[in-house]
Design a binder for this molecule. Sequence first.
Ligand code: NAP
Length: 283
Amino acid sequence: MTYIIDGKKIASEIRNEIKNQAQSLLDRGIIPTLAVILVGDNRASRSYVNSKHKACLENKINSVKIELAENISEENLLQEIEKLNNDNSVHGILVQLPLPKHINSEKILEAITIEKDVDGFNPINVGKLTLGTAELIPCTPLGIMSLIESVEENIEGKNALVIGRSNIVGKPVASLLLQKNATVTIAHSKTKNLSELIARADIIVSCVGIAHFLTDEYNYKNTATVIDVGNNYKDDKLVGDVDFEKVKEKVKHISPVPGGVGPMTITMLMYNTILAQKVQNNK
Ligand code: NAP
């Protein structure tokens, strides 16, 4: 029988642990604090920032929202980040993407000090992730690994297929799976033999961004674990990359959308905020 990986439940267990750790910091007079910068008034970005803010407050993490005008100059934004870098009461800094076109996002991400880079997107942290020495790992990939590890006792030697090679999901997930000694294949839009790769995969992470991209027409191992990262809309309904109802009949473990990777991402942001505090104070 197929096991549905319950991201909400796993996220809630991790949140309880985060809340306990936040409380023990508070007891020692340390207020774990995340600063989130929102530039402009993009509706989706505002909604993501509000969800992060709410989750932090629910889990005893102080959240500071910094709202800046759409037409802020790159230089002024860099100055805001520098202020937060130097503020000892702030442990994590996140700049909500995308930024307005006149701002160079790479330059902004590089400006966040690596010990406060809770999104893990500073190029130094990206490099450390590849080396296997990163302390702060991007939130969605970290959440995906928790979901996989909740059902796969031993990843070592397993064939893992990551479909998608973005810098924010595909590549970091592939690095993390490799660190766990999986044999990792990364597929992308130019991959020619996807069905063969799917047929031999023990673990499939789909981060493509196309509704119902993985159908039941592929042959899956009946022992496979499938993690669906996709956040897509079909007929106004949130769906993943996987045709869940059909594919679930063919594999052993599968994560749904909604209720799979989604709840893990903000949870891991809070996890990283607590971790960032430790990294800064153990320096
Ligand atoms: P992205 O930057 O658009 O990357 C998509 C990847 O899919 C690319 O590497 C692309 O290949 C590959 N691809 C496209 N068509 C393909 C095909 N026919 N066969 C194989 N590979 C194909 O997207 P992303 O930012 O990684 O996000 C992926 C999905 O995850 C989106 O739905 C996004 O909303 C979702 N997401 C969810 C969360 C969450 O918290 N739940 C977080 C982040 C992202 P090329 O490189 O060759 O173009």
